[in-house]
Ligand binder design. Structure first.
Ligand SMILES: [Zn+2]
Length: 344
């Protein structure tokens, strides 16, 4: 079953079934179900008797193989670190980084080279092979170049489905070889309905935190995550009581990507409250937050935003997390405690 919010896109994709390009690129925000859409498309193309909607029947031999992860004409390429996660977690991994640093975060050239044997074999079933690559931006440069060679001389009967949260990080030459399909954010009502069906706690708030991506919202709705987030935001909201050093010490025990994400959303909301009186990630802002947004120096706030973005870029090569956090909390403390007198 596809997600309800993918209904329109699904119809477009499946109605084109007879004239599929060699490669398609499904791109959009992390945590909206692109991986599931890509998998369902792969399964539907291999299914022996698809339903009238074009969805896989879930019952034929091909579907049974597919669901067991053993269809001989299908390959899923993803980083080792993601392979261990279940699908919604893998889909939402953009917002919740896998914590195991020992396993590879990349799709390697060896993984792409293994495809060479696969695409040269005769297909087992109806003459079609499907390769799903997720997330495509996890290919390192050697892997991307190896894939490009394959895409330049596409093997017959082989379809590549690339799924990407950040298509701008792909080689332009790979992007140009793919038919690009933008997967939009679901309607808020559809997303909330799905979250309620999952029994997600505080669905409204979690959906705002995820920027409207329901699978990501469900993933970050755990008590532990919300508690850690609240501890950081409470301090950011009361800068006169904020202690940068103890907050950094406490933050060291949390995934750095999470803390950076919370700070970025906080800064975004302060700027947004100051300029438009509306917050995006925490729609119910307290009186203290609104007062802070009114007095903060916006130029300094944007400078701090850049500092956060720079820290974000180093996430793949982790430095000393505690030092990174100390510097960031200290910058924020200075910023939030020096009132912008021109503004008042
Ligand atoms: Zn089937």
């Amino acid at each position: 079953m596809i997600y309800k919010w993918h209904g329109k896109i699904w119809q477009q994709l499946i109605s084109n079934k007879a004239h599929f390009p060699n490669a398609i690129l499904l791109h959009g925000r992390g945590g909206i179900g692109k991986l599931h859409l890509g998998r369902t498309l792969a399964q539907a193309l291999l299914c022996e008797s698809p339903l009238a909607s074009g969805e896989p029947c879930e019952q034929c031999g091909a579907c049974t193989w597919f669901k067991a992860g053993s269809h001989p004409d299908f390959r899923l390429l993803e980083p080792e670190a993601l392979a261990a996660l279940t699908e919604p977690a893998a889909e939402a991994a953009d917002t919740r980084k896998p914590t195991d640093k020992k396993t590879s975060q990349f799709i390697t050239v060896a993984q792409i080279r293994e495809l060479a044997d696969f695409v040269n074999l005769t297909t087992h079933c109806n003459g079609l092979r499907v390769i799903l690559i997720h997330p495509a931006e996890a290919m390192n440069v050697h892997a991307a170049n190896a894939l490009l060679k394959t895409l330049e001389e596409p093997p017959t009967g082989t379809l590549f489905i690339l799924v990407s949260h950040h298509p701008q990080r792909l080689l332009p030459t790979i992007r140009s070889r793919c038919q690009k399909v933008n997967i939009p954010l679901p309607d808020r009502a559809d997303a909330l309905k799905w979250l309620q069906g999952q029994g997600t706690r505080e669905a409204d708030s979690c959906l705002a935190q995820s920027g409207g991506a329901p699978l990501a919202a469900h993933q970050l709705s755990t008590e532990d995550y919300q508690l850690k987030r609240k501890q950081v935001l409470d301090q950011l909201g009361a800068p006169e009581r904020l202690d940068p050093l103890s907050l950094a010490e406490q933050g060291e025990k949390t995934e750095l990507a999470w803390t950076l994400n919370w700070m970025q959303q906080w800064v975004y909301d302060l700027a947004s409250l100051s300029l438009t009186a509306r917050a995006r990630y925490q729609p119910e802002s307290s009186a203290e937050t609104i007062r802070l947004a009114k007095t903060i120096n916006l130029i300094e706030l944007f400078r701090f935003q850049q500092e956060l973005a720079a820290a974000q870029r180093t996430l793949q090569h982790p430095l000393n997390n505690r030092l990174v956090l100390e510097q960031l909390f200290l910058s924020y403390w200075q910023l939030a405690n020096s009132q912008d007198t021109a503004h008042v």
